[in-house]
Design a protein around this ligand. Structure first.
Ligand SMILES: *Cc1c(COP(=O)(O)O)cnc(C)c1O
Length: 410
């Protein structure tokens, strides 16, 4: 029996075949069950901000587990209060901000969805979200996710959500006094690391405020320093009504949060929302330690500089396949001229590099924020080798049109 047999028999079929089995990690590197080392430039999809087995993460888990893991939300704990205060400070909410804790990105967005329902109640039945943005897989967050192929098997959706293009014109045209909220993903990660048009967030802030609608920014993939600011909305210099965070704030521990600003902080009242695990002492202690380490080691600066270094290196790779880079900081989308992203991911894995293809023409990189020169150089060497393999395969089978199938299909 192989692990592939076990996985194929025992795990839910909603994911494709697992591409490898990893048994250990350290920093930006992973080891599989055969002892082969890989450079991890996916970072668990922007989750492992400190890399694998970082001493700060390990210590926080061990110490809090040995102190107090969970007491329920009938009670407060010191790590919970510390993390709430830290998130408010990093997001810049001022005193009036509030934090709701859940266990995932989807739960953070579910809370934001309920917040939107409380904004104006029956007088504001409309919620706007951006076409092709991703907000999660639960029924509420799927209703917010503008991808019909994801929604189709699960219709009917939770009502009230309308999808618009990511342009100021589309927002102006759709907005009225019956809109409760606009949901925005500041860089559409799952859609292929696609940025919003220049100035979109600032104008969206102005338009939503004018109509009394909430501006909710989904920072689940972009938050925790990944783009070179704590949160991507901060590049635009705006104040949203709410942001949602998860992925990178826990560094591998499952935790999510909704952070509200100003008057939006008064919308939830006792009895309107809750979670058993959300905000427990263990999860909040780990996230507080991860964020403290990102701050102490100035990993925002590292994200900016390593991001720039990677972009320059990628631009320097001599290949017709690479069109250019999108994204900010250490959330990078490499645009390909041919639909070979899956083949490139498979070739990279053969060379000992873990990357990801959110679609057929994009490679996504979201490595640990801790990477340095060694990891950058290593990436460039392995990625170049993977590109050469894909190019060679094309030449061999003479298919200049380029449509090779990747091994690890979804
Ligand atoms: C990953 C992600 C989610 C969903 O988070 P889960 O933890 O998988 O539920 C929501 N929004 C964005 C932008 C994401 O990247």
């Amino acid at each position: 029996m192989t692990w592939q047999d076990d996985a194929g028999r025992d795990l839910v079929r909603s994911f494709g075949d697992r591409m490898a089995m990893f048994v250990r990690g350290e920093g930006a590197y992973l080891w599989d069950d055969a002892g082969i080392r890989y450079l991890d430039f996916l970072g668990g999809i922007a989750v492992n901000s400190l890399g694998h087995a970082h001493p700060v993460f390990v210590d926080a888990v061990a110490r809090q587990a040995a102190t107090l893991a969970h007491v329920s939300n009938y009670f407060a704990t010191p790590p919970q209060l510390e993390l709430a205060a830290r998130l408010k400070r990093l997001a810049g909410t001022g005193d009036s901000g509030r934090v709701y804790f859940g266990n995932s990105g989807a739960e953070a967005n579910e809370a934001a969805f309920k917040l939107a329902r409380l904004q104006g109640g029956a007088d504001r039945p409309r919620i706007l979200a951006l076409r092709d943005a991703f907000h999660g897989r639960t029924m509420g967050t799927l209703a917010l996710t503008g991808k019909s192929w994801m929604q189709e098997p699960f219709l009917p959706m939770v009502p009230g959500v309308e999808f618009i293009d990511s342009t100021v014109e589309a927002l102006e045209a759709a907005m009225d006094g019956r809109v409760a909220a606009l949901f925005v993903e500041p860089i559409k990660g799952e859609a292929g690391v696609v940025e919003l048009p220049e100035g979109y967030l600032a104008t969206a802030r102005e338009i939503t405020a004018r109509h009394g609608a909430l501006l909710v920014v989904d920072e689940i993939q972009t938050g925790a320093g990944r783009t070179g600011e704590w949160f991507a909305f901060q590049h635009a210099g705006i104040t949203p009504d709410a942001i949602t965070v998860a992925k990178g704030i826990g560094g591998g521990f499952p935790i999510g949060a909704l952070i509200t600003f100003g008057a939006a902080s008064d919308l939830f009242y006792p009895g309107t929302h809750g979670s058993t695990f959300g905000g427990n002492a263990l999860g909040t202690a780990v996230a507080a330690a991860v964020l403290a380490e990102i701050e102490r080691a100035d990993l925002l600066t590292n994200a900016r500089e390593r991001g720039r270094q990677l972009r320059e290196a990628i631009a320097g790779i001599d290949s017709d396949l690479i069109e250019g880079c999108r994204g900010q900081g250490l959330l990078i989308g490499i645009a390909l001229r041919h639909p070979l992203a899956k083949a490139l991911v498979a070739a990279a894995q053969q060379h000992g590099l873990i990357i990801n293809a959110p679609n057929d023409t994009t490679i996504r990189l979201a490595p640990a924020l801790t990477i340095g020169d060694v990891e950058v150089d290593d990436f460039v060497a392995l990625f170049t080798a993977a590109i050469r393999s894909v190019e060679d395969a094309l030449v061999l089978d003479g298919s200049g049109a380029a449509s090779a199938e990747g091994e690890g299909s979804r």
